[in-house]
Design a binder for this molecule. Structure first.
Ligand SMILES: *Cc1c(COP(=O)(O)O)cnc(C)c1O
Length: 473
């Protein structure tokens, strides 16, 4: 493709993109297809001969788009939202155009220095301690793995990196029963063994019971096991529960444990000073992660990882083969040493575009609005005798179920709510997901994408109510 063909196609694509942003809510939010339906439309072999761009783009529109779930749809209330905003998409287009590789300073000096600056901006914006240093990772799952590996190396004085496990290590990792599955995954990958992940019970608000944590640590010590790391959560995936960060921090200090905070989704709400109660005690933590790619208008992927002891981080991951040595090694951050992959995308660019385009005030305003909008749903449920909240609502995620008057049987309620959720999702007009809280089938309703508005949320809620009433009890 030469540059004039590129120019012509790019204009066409950008027109399509702008139209998509305008019309995304006219698509079924989730496609009505079966596994294999899309693959069947695609030839079994790669084309031997070049195809023209128009036919590729036309297949994109006719075969791919109808098979997509539309995360920016105004009736998308599932999972956690993933941000996508104009400035963010445009920045990614530029970084793709340059084919930027940001593994060391020399391979993209401006990218490295912009990343340093963006991480300082974010640290300030979220009120994180000034002795934290940030780096962009691809995802929270990677950030949590990086944190766990660092804690392992600090504790073993870098011996596991050197000689592998010698069979005498008895490391234990603690997290709450509500923690994200990425914690389990990280424990497995780090070679610690899933049997050494201790799931601490939660209180009635689904927050880690700090007292139970301390007891578990003491029990382990009595059995000559080694408490390595506690992973706490600000905003659990099931219900945005907030663990007691300060209490956990103090326990970690007392027993010499690494403390990692997973604030993947809810971290963005720390933009609001009135939400900073969630991170009280964060200054005692060793590391912290949040995903601008969830609730901060930045399209996937962009995970902001902060660490207190940056030397421990780089000592864990640094590898310096001859072909990567540069004269500036001692003066700059070579981010290949701050995580798992060598090659890295230029993600700082989209943060720069997003933060400047909205301003911190603008971002704060959007998040505040999302929280206020969800209050409306919460009020509907609290004032209804047919629906009930199943968890506190600190942010914009509502956990609820339908409970018609007189229906008390838990199995029947679970069945009824499964039916409600599946029925709603089948319409293609709305998308919700579920979780289990205290064994109760729970419908999650979270509104926080680019097209969230009170009007759309009211529309969504009315669909839920009328569908519920149509079910036979
Ligand atoms: C979304 C989420 C994760 C996983 O994030 P990825 O960036 O997709 O790896 C981990 N923890 C919590 C609390 C989350 O909400």
């Amino acid at each position: 493709m030469n540059s004039s063909e590129f120019r012509k196609s790019a204009h066409e694509l950008v027109d399509w993109m702008a139209d998509y942003m305008d019309n995304v809510s006219s698509y079924p939010v989730k496609p009505d297809i079966k596994p294999g339906d899309i693959k069947k439309l695609l030839p079994g072999n790669a084309p031997e001969k070049a195809e023209n761009f128009d036919s590729i783009f036309s297949d994109f529109k006719s075969k791919i788009v109808p098979g997509m779930t539309h995360w920016q749809h105004s009736q998308f209330f599932a999972y956690f939202p993933t941000g996508a905003s104009g400035p963010s998409v445009l920045a990614d287009m530029l970084s793709s155009t340059m084919g930027a590789q940001c593994m060391i300073w020399l391979t993209s000096p401006a990218a490295e220095e912009l990343e340093e600056r963006m991480m300082e901006w974010l640290r300030e914006m979220l009120g994180l301690p000034s002795d934290f240093t940030g780096v962009i990772q691809d995802s929270s799952s990677s950030s949590t793995l990086v944190s766990l590996l660092t804690s392992r190396e600090v504790h073993s004085q870098y011996a596991v990196n050197q000689r592998g496990f010698d069979g005498t290590e008895k490391f234990r990792v603690y997290t709450s029963s509500q923690a994200h599955s990425s914690v389990d995954k990280a424990v497995k990958i780090a070679g610690l063994g899933i049997d050494n992940l201790v799931k601490i019970k939660v209180d009635e608000n689904f927050q880690m019971d700090a007292h139970a944590l301390e007891k578990a640590i003491e029990q382990d010590i009595a059995m000559e096991l080694v408490p390595l790391c506690v992973i706490s959560t600000i905003g659990t995936t099931s219900s945005t529960a907030v663990d007691p960060i300060r209490d956990i921090g103090e326990i970690c200090k007392k027993y010499g444990c690494w403390h990692h905070i997973d604030a993947s989704y809810s971290g963005a709400a720390l933009l609001l000073p009135e939400m900073r109660w969630m991170s009280e005690g964060v200054e005692m933590a060793d590391s912290f992660v949040f995903n601008p790619h969830k609730w901060m208008l930045t399209n996937f992927d962009c995970s902001a990882y902060f660490v207190k002891d940056k030397d421990a981080l780089t000592k864990t991951f640094s590898i310096l083969p001859e072909y990567l040595k540069t004269p500036e090694d001692n003066l700059v951050n070579n981010y290949r040493d701050w995580g798992i992959p060598l090659g890295r995308r230029f993600r700082a660019l989209k943060l720069w575009f997003v933060i400047r385009s909205y301003g911190v005030e603008g971002l704060r305003q959007i998040i505040k609005e999302h929280i206020e909008i969800s209050r409306w749903v919460k009020d509907q449920i609290e004032n209804s005798d047919e629906f009930e909240l199943l968890a506190p609502v600190p942010l914009n995620l509502i956990c609820f179920r339908y409970r018609p008057k007189g229906l008390k049987d838990e199995d029947k309620l679970n069945q009824l709510n499964t039916q409600l959720l599946e029925g709603l999702n089948k319409t293609g007009e709305i998308l919700l997901t579920q979780t289990k809280l205290n064994d109760k089938y729970t419908i999650r309703f979270v509104s926080g994408n680019n097209n969230t508005s009170l009007e759309e949320v009211k529309k969504g809620w009315n669909k839920i109510v009328s569908h519920a009433k149509s079910l036979k009890v």
